[in-house]
Design a protein around this ligand. Structure first.
Ligand code: ATP
Length: 352
């Protein structure tokens, strides 16, 4: 994807000036409430007219104030998924989905509806009225309908915000699978860093109507770790293994991790572990209350405002610990050094 944007828009009391070029297929727009994320999305979709500037998608001009070009939304091949699903309430799931196909423009149309329905796991819901679906199911139908219109780009404006905890994270694997299978570029808008990290590779950070930074999602996660004070959050994909009474053991690639049962669930999923809940030892401790002790190799280090981030390789898995500079010196932390990472079973928490 190549998205080139240079736009200005003024509302009473708010001005937006955005200029960027995006080439990655999984991009995010991140920023606090009121920073102008939805305004940008609405201008890209053709729902709000910019005052000045241009939008080019894969070389095609969608808007250009100088050349007096302003394609209407239906001619842009830009799909939109909003926070609320906006389905047709009088239609069932199948009719809502196939409405998307009617909106296909010539030149598109190579997405197989059967395959999409299978990827979104909507087979059993096809004849159901959309008013009888859960929030997550409605979002899956809205996404399916948008994809069947074969857009060149999908804008997603906080698509998970209306969903509560578990449901929010349950839909993410569906979204990831859809983009892997059908290779449609996305622009994912959110103020949740966890969501951003799961859905995007590159991010525009908005501040007061402008693009303040453009960086990789991983760089953003590391930068935010400094500003929020909560540390870098490691996101771990774990498969449940065995029940040990109060603890559950999970497979993390070739490594076994113990998690307190009340923080987990008897199936696999995505877990979080703060870099600041990891202790590093030079040798394997003889006895410790912590249930997880992993032999690791240091890949690299980076400095943050107060701490040093230590990138670790745990038998092929990546983990980041943050320690004070003095410990780096005392433990002789450098690329290739062997250390033992120690974390409590209660420090690992299930996200979904
Ligand atoms: N149609 C409009 N008329 C007047 N002001 C508007 C209009 N649309 C947006 N704004 C103002 O523009 C600013 C940016 O709004 P926008 O919705 O783009 O922010 P956002 O980053 O998406 O926020 P949130 O995360 O809360 O959705 C806000 O101050 C808002 O009040």
């Amino acid at each position: 994807m190549l998205l080139e944007v240079d736009l200005e828009k003024r509302f009473p009391g708010f001005g937006s000036r955005v200029k960027f070029t995006l080439t990655s297929s999984r991009c995010g727009v991140f920023g606090p409430s009121g920073s102008g994320k939805s305004t940008l999305m609405n201008m890209l979709a053709g729902l709000v007219d910019p005052d000045r500037g241009f939008i080019r998608l894969n070389g095609k001009t969608l808007f250009d104030s100088d050349r007096k070009i302003n394609l209407p939304p239906e001619k842009r091949k830009v799909g939109v998924v909003f926070q609320h699903a906006h389905l047709f309430p009088h239609m069932n799931v199948r009719k809502n989905l196939y409405y998307g196909m009617k909106r296909r423009r010539s030149g598109g149309g190579d997405i197989d509806p059967g395959q999409l329905i299978a990827v979104l796991q909507l087979e059993r819901l096809l004849d159901r009225r959309v008013t009888r679906l859960s929030g997550g199911e409605k979002q899956r139908v809205a996404l399916g309908r948008t994809i069947l219109a074969c857009p060149d780009l999908i804008l997603m404006d906080e698509p998970l915000t209306g969903l509560d905890g578990q449901l929010k994270y349950q839909i993410i694997p569906h979204l990831q699978r859809v983009f892997n299978e059908f290779s449609i570029p996305i622009l994912f808008i959110s103020h949740s860093l966890h969501e951003m990290r799961m859905m995007t590779d590159d991010v525009l950070v908005m501040h007061e109507g402008a693009v303040a930074r453009q960086l990789t999602t991983e760089e953003l996660a590391r930068a935010e770790a400094c500003t929020t004070g909560g540390g870098y959050i490691n996101l771990l994909e774990l498969d449940v293994d065995r029940d040990h009474g109060d603890l559950l053991s999970y497979r993390w690639g070739e490594v076994e991790l113990m998690v307190v049962k009340s923080h987990a669930a008897p199936e696999g999923g995505r877990f979080s572990l703060s870099s600041r809940d990891i202790l590093l030892f030079k040798k394997h401790p003889e006895a410790a209350s912590a249930r997880n002790m992993l032999a690791c190799t240091v890949r690299n280090t980076y400095t943050t405002e107060w701490l040093v981030g230590v990138e670790l390789d745990c038998r092929g898995n990546s983990l980041i610990a943050e320690i004070v500079p003095q410990s780096v010196h005392e433990l002789d932390i450098r690329p290739g050094a062997e250390v033992v990472a120690v974390m409590k079973a209660s420090a690992i928490n299930r996200l979904y």
